[in-house]
Design a protein. Structure first.
Length: 340
């Protein structure tokens, strides 16, 4: 089970916001049996809570809830089948090697090699010529396989650098996971030549990324952080699961949630939080919204999408792409203004 904001409105098209509010090296690889340990708990909640709540809802809302529950069960079944494919750590694609220069004509000496000036600015391989790297961070007791469809969507629409990170279900401290994320971001920036990255975090993954941005100076590296069903104010789901230390850190009264409510002046990262009333893991559902006076955040409501379906939903994927594109457009406009 997984326990577990856009630039301000001017940077996004009004039709997009209206449509979405009205419509529907980390630790060791996760254990193979991890999803099976939590699947019964999630299955029980998916099967019982919606039907209990549906009796108290109007007919249309009840139908939407039951439909999202059926989709959740289908996504859970499919994800259990795909889970083994995401156990191993992803191997990043190395940058293309430069083509060897042609040798000198026969009978001519080789030209003297010119050493680069240490004081000269380095040439960045892809910055300014490609989208910033996108890092995908999964939720509690999950792995990178949950982002299979989202990765394909981003690749198909022109994102070259998309990497999904794994962290172990044995991780017992969200802060440590955030420190490891910091190291990985630095490695990605060094490898791709980009100064900043974008992050998409599902559930706990979004909370880890937010802690890195707010508390560990990650706003210098993270341009946009998009969260999907993340308990920004803590969630009261499944008290039985609180036996796990990292689940206790996701509860509303935890020290981690308290730290995230501290002032964060001059935070440079743009936050986007997707949330749904049909998310049965977020208790209450509005905990997946970001409400912080110092953060540049946009909360996007998606109707009829459950917790497990958020990373695989086509509408959410389109919203993620538009959020990332809008951030680039705003960044480009700022550069033009600064140059002028």
């Amino acid at each position: 089970m997984q326990a577990l904001p856009f630039l301000s409105a001017p940077l996004l098209s009004a039709p997009f916001l209206a449509a979405h509010r009205l419509s529907a090296p980390f630790l060791s690889a996760p254990l193979l049996s991890a999803p099976l340990l939590s699947a019964p708990l999630l299955l029980a909640r998916l099967c019982t809570a919606p039907f209990q709540r549906a009796r108290r809802l109007p007919t249309r809302a009840s139908s939407l809830l039951l439909r999202s529950t059926v989709v959740e069960l289908a996504v859970l079944a499919g994800h259990l089948l795909l889970y083994p494919t995401g156990i191993s750590r992803e191997r990043p694609v190395p940058p293309p090697a430069p083509h060897p220069a042609a040798g000198p004509p026969e009978g001519h000496p080789a030209p003297e090699t010119v050493q680069p000036d240490p004081g000269a600015p380095s040439m960045l391989p892809t910055e300014g010529r490609a989208h910033p790297p996108v890092l995908l961070l999964h939720g509690f007791i999950d792995n990178r396989s949950v982002f299979l469809l989202l990765r394909r969507s981003l690749h198909r629409h022109g994102w070259r650098h998309v990497e999904a990170l794994n962290y172990s279900p044995l991780t017992c401290d969200l802060r440590k996971a955030a420190e490891l994320l910091s190291r990985h971001v630095e490695e990605v920036c060094a490898r791709t030549g980009h100064r900043r990255v974008d992050i998409v975090g599902h559930s706990l993954g979004g909370l880890i990324a937010r802690y890195y941005v707010q508390r560990l100076g990650g706003d210098a590296r993270v341009r946009t952080l998009i969260t999907l069903g993340t308990p920004h104010s803590g969630t009261g789901i499944a008290p039985l699961m609180s036996a796990h230390p990292i689940v206790r850190q996701m509860r509303p009264d935890s020290a981690v949630i308290t730290e995230l409510s501290f002032p964060a002046p001059h935070c440079r990262t743009h936050f986007v939080a997707f949330w749904s009333e049909e998310d049965r893991v977020m208790v209450p559902a509005t905990t997946a919204r970001i409400n912080h006076p110092d953060l540049h955040a946009d909360n996007v409501h998606v109707a009829g999408v459950g917790h497990l379906a958020l990373p695989v939903n086509g509408t959410v994927a389109a919203g993620i792409r538009e959020a990332l594109t809008s951030a680039e457009s705003a960044e480009g406009a700022a550069d033009v203004i600064s140059v002028a």
